[in-house]
Design a protein around this ligand. Structure first.
Ligand SMILES: O=C(O)CCC(=O)C(=O)O
Ligand SMILES: [Fe+2]
Length: 262
């Protein structure tokens, strides 16, 4: 199959990305719900191909076994260690970077495709989207093997774009609470976050199957991925774009996420 042709990668019958009615429907959905899922986005053959490609590269993954607070900041010594601001959660997934994804990969065609990028920009209310200026950050493939997870957090970026390639036998589910804080207003909602982490407040669970495209606004909506259960690795692609050209991920963030600097 020709992987340089976008029509072989996206199922454009299920997801007509150039259709004005479809685009407007998607824009409304993410505006109202903070999340948009497009099941069957990827062509079935391409999912299989990408799982094989991803499995072949898994040995190159960098595993960051780190603890962090939900706000993804350093601890604040004004609060004691038990305070919810300083409470630590675990993130333990592995990741490969854009420069480790083959040039022949359908992921490169998808990432660069104009129809896809224009669709994303319109749906996300952005003028235009740009690739990262550094060679590592644009396309990442994440791996979560048995017991690995992504702890509760609010994203630094205002939107995230993911594609699940392989779901584990159990676990690995994406949980979230919409608008649990208001970062623009400086409202961190310690009570709400504590109630969630203590298991009192219950999150929503996002239903995601392999091949589903997810657009998620995670800056104010706390989310996590529960630990993988069983031998099958959870494999997920993160497509990262900027709203301005020429932006690189900071060296310290490269070190944290990728274990090396470009
Ligand atoms: O793995 C996922 O589904 C979500 C990833 C995520 O939340 C992140 O990378 O910030
Ligand atoms: Fe996130």
């Amino acid at each position: 199959m020709d992987h340089t042709n976008i029509q072989n990668i996206i199922d454009l019958d299920e997801c007509p990305l150039g259709n004005a009615t479809f685009i407007e429907l998607c824009r409304k959905k993410i505006e109202e719900n903070g999340v948009l899922t497009l099941p069957k986005f990827l062509n079935g053959q391409v999912i299989k191909y990408l799982v094989e490609e991803g499995s072949a590269a898994q040995h190159k993954a960098f595993y960051s076994n780190s603890t962090h607070n939900v706000y993804l900041t350093k601890n604040n010594p004004d609060y004691d260690d038990e305070h919810i601001f300083n409470r630590q959660v675990v993130s333990s997934k592995g990741c490969i970077t854009d420069d480790q994804v083959p040039e022949s990969s359908p992921l490169k065609t998808l990432y660069q495709s104009n129809i896809f990028r224009d669709f994303l920009a319109t749906v996300l209310n952005e003028k235009k989207l740009y690739e990262y200026a550094d060679p590592m950050s644009s396309i990442n493939v994440h791996y979560a093997s048995e017991g690995q997870e992504l702890g509760w957090h609010f994203d630094n970026s205002s939107f995230a774009i993911t594609l699940l390639l392989q779901a584990p036998e159990a676990g690995g589910s994406f949980e979230y609470i919409k608008d649990l804080r208001d970062s623009e207003a400086g409202e961190m909602n310690f009570e709400g976050v504590e109630s969630l982490l203590d298991g009192i407040k219950k999150p929503e669970i996002l239903k995601v199957e392999p091949g589903t495209l997810v657009l998620f606004r995670g800056k104010n909506s706390i989310h996590r991925v529960t630990p993988t259960i069983g031998n099958k690795t959870r494999m997920l692609v993160v497509l990262a774009y900027n709203t301005k050209p020429g932006v690189s991920l900071s060296k310290s963030a490269q070190m944290t996420f990728f274990g090396r600097v470009a």
